[in-house]
Design a protein around this ligand. Sequence first.
Ligand code: GCO
Ligand code: CA
Length: 263
Amino acid sequence: MSQELFNIKGKVALVTGSTHGLGMAMAMGLGKAGATIIVNGNSSQEKIDNAVAEYKKNGINAIGYKFNVASEDDVINNIKKIETEVGNIDILVNNAGIIKRTPLVDMEVEDFKQVLDIDLVSPFIVSKHVVKGMIERKAGKIINICSMMSELGRNTVGAYAAAKGGLVMLTKNMATEWARFNIQVNGIGPGYFATSQTAPIRVDGHPFNEFIVNRTPAAKWGDPNDLAGAAIFLSAKASDFVNGHILYVDGGILATIGKPSNE
Ligand code: GCO
Ligand code: CA
């Protein structure tokens, strides 16, 4: 019974930005649970090929598609290709994102817009073109990858926070429009995880490294593999009446105001 609730065998999952980091960790989790993984990135074909090889090494059926999630034409063409070459997309994880760490007063408008484009407009673009098939089939799962910055501010990440805060409301609105078609749209809000994105602020001796460990009730940086369970839950039958919810996987950060560093 519980196995049936979490069974995603044979499902096709498109995970944007799945060549590394949290996207790869979540896609690995979905793949090990039996889903076929559409690996996506936009930096180079070589990076995609290497990632696909890594998935295959883990016994996962993975196929790579290089495209820019911020370009509607690129998205339309590749969704069509995926649907004819692999099959209907059952699960979409909007994970691709960027961050620029610059104080708002110094930030160029162009840079601010680029962050919004990739972190907020892209989930709209990709979902818009994947959901059409889901609506026809009256079934689908969409997971938008949010952030601590969906709820909290932090110096230097204003554009990212604006995008990730917006993504929460986009998630709720997608759920509002699409839940009636048996499509569940939810979010995962990762806390602070050890990835290449956080590498610059995680180095030993960096004040932020100690700050995060102290600020997190679980008292450590997250291991990207800790996100697999949330991704599987929101992709499976177990979440069929869960709509517009953000599941924070953060070691308890949002549960607390924090504590002095000597406590
Ligand atoms: C930062 C971090 C964060 C994390 C993550 C937190 O500079 O504060 O990079 O933005 O990446 O999104 O949930
Ligand atoms: Ca199928």
